[in-house]
Each structure stands twice: as C-alpha cells, then as structure tokens.
Design a protein around this ligand. Structure first.
Ligand SMILES: N[C@@H](CCC(=O)N[C@@H](CS)C(=O)NCC(=O)O)C(=O)O
Length: 201
C-alpha cells in the first residue's frame, strides 16, 4: 500500500498512525498538495491528501472513509472504535468535535496563508475562530467525562494528532484555549511508538 501526503497534514497523520497501530505496513510518499500539485494529480485528480492506494490499485481518500475500511477489516481486539452502542455514540460525538476543530484550524491557516492580506475577510475569520473555540471546549469536556477508556482508540489518537497540529500551526490560539485534558492525552500519545514513527515535523 502507498499513502500519499505529508505528515504536517493531520488527516494524513491520523491515517498513518492508525495503520501502524492496526499493524499494516505501507509506503509513505510525502507529496504536497501544494508544492507537488501536478504530480499529486497523476495519483488522484482531485488532489486531496491523504490518498491511499491499496495493493489492488484501488485509491481511497477522505481520512474517515479510509479509516472506516480498516476498522471494518480489524479483528475485535484490534478495533479502534467501541463495539457497544452507547460507547460508540459517545466516541462518534467526540470525533465530530475533533474533526470540526481540525477543519476550522485548516480554514484559519488557509485564510491567513493562502489569501493575500488585502483579500482576507475578518468576519469570516472571527466566525471560524469562534467555532474552533466552541468545538475545543466540548471536546475537552467530553474527553474528561468519557466512560470507557481503552489505552488507544481512534478518539485518543485523533485527539492527539489534531491537538499537536493546532499547537504547531496556531500556537498562541491553542495556548489560550485552556484544554488540560486534551493536552495531557496528547502528551501521553506523543510518547507512543506509532506517534514517534510518524512525527508531525
Ligand atoms: N476531510 C478530509 C480533509 C483532507 C484535507 O483537506 N486535506 C488537505 C491537506 S491537510 C488537502 O488535501 N488540501 C488540499 C485541498 O483541499 O485542495 C479528510 O478527512 O481527509
């Protein structure tokens, strides 16, 4: 299998770390959707990272869809999502807020780095920043009150990946957020072999 994308993308990184935890070997091809646009388009005309090429040539994109596939293949003891309905609902609730926080962070970064300054629209930036803060508060609180706590799960690894990405690209905003539960989890995950094998930068 080949995973296309850079580890500074939280979407690519959550797939890389999940695959490592599931026990798959794959080749990471560090193509950038920006600097290597044309080359990326030969792999995936939609130029989205992550793109995963399976051994039979099937190409998958959208991190959650890619992870759905491997979660479906995983034996019960290796699954990263709970099997029991109430715990599953709780983890899906959490993942929704984690992924919105991630999306809002990416939107802020694109707004600030891709648009010329005179074309930046402050009301939009204020809106997405408000959404980011709200998502992080729910995420931090829901993590603190989560009933089931397996040592590693899609919630714990995605929490750490997204938080570390936020700290990397928006350090001041992230510091102001005051999310001690997410921070503690992120520190714990950072020490695990899969996180060390696929570092953010
Ligand atoms: N919802 C997607 C988001 C993936 C995404 O936006 N990736 C970025 C890189 S971090 C990308 O491909 N950006 C280029 C673009 O959207 O044109 C996922 O979960 O995989």
């Amino acid at each position: 299998m080949k995973l296309y994308g850079m580890l500074d993308s939280p979407y690519v990184r959550r797939v890389a770390i999940s695959l490592a935890i599931y026990g798959y070997s794959f080749e990471l091809i560090p193509l950038s959707v920006f600097a290597d646009f044309k080359q990326f388009a030969t792999i995936n005309p939609a130029v989205k990272a992550p793109t995963l090429a399976l051994d039979d040539g099937t190409r998958l994109m959208e991190s959650t869809l890619i992870l759905d596939y491997f979660e479906a293949l995983a034996h019960t003891q290796h699954k990263l999502m709970p099997q029991e309905a109430a715990s599953l609902a709780q983890d899906l609730h959490l993942l929704g807020f984690i992924l919105v926080a991630c999306e809002k962070t990416v939107q802020i970064v694109y707004e600030q780095r891709l648009r010329p300054e005179e074309k930046q629209y402050q009301p939009w930036q204020n809106r997405i920043t408000t959404q980011l803060h709200a998502a992080c508060q729910v995420w931090n609180e829901a993590l603190a009150t989560r009933n089931h706590r397996p040592s590693i799960s899609q919630v714990t690894l995605s929490s750490a990946v997204v938080w570390q990405f936020m700290q990397f690209v928006l350090p001041e905003t992230t510091q102001r957020l005051n999310c001690p539960t997410i921070q503690a989890l992120s520190d714990e995950m950072a020490a695990t072999p899969a996180f060390q094998q696929y570092p953010l930068a």
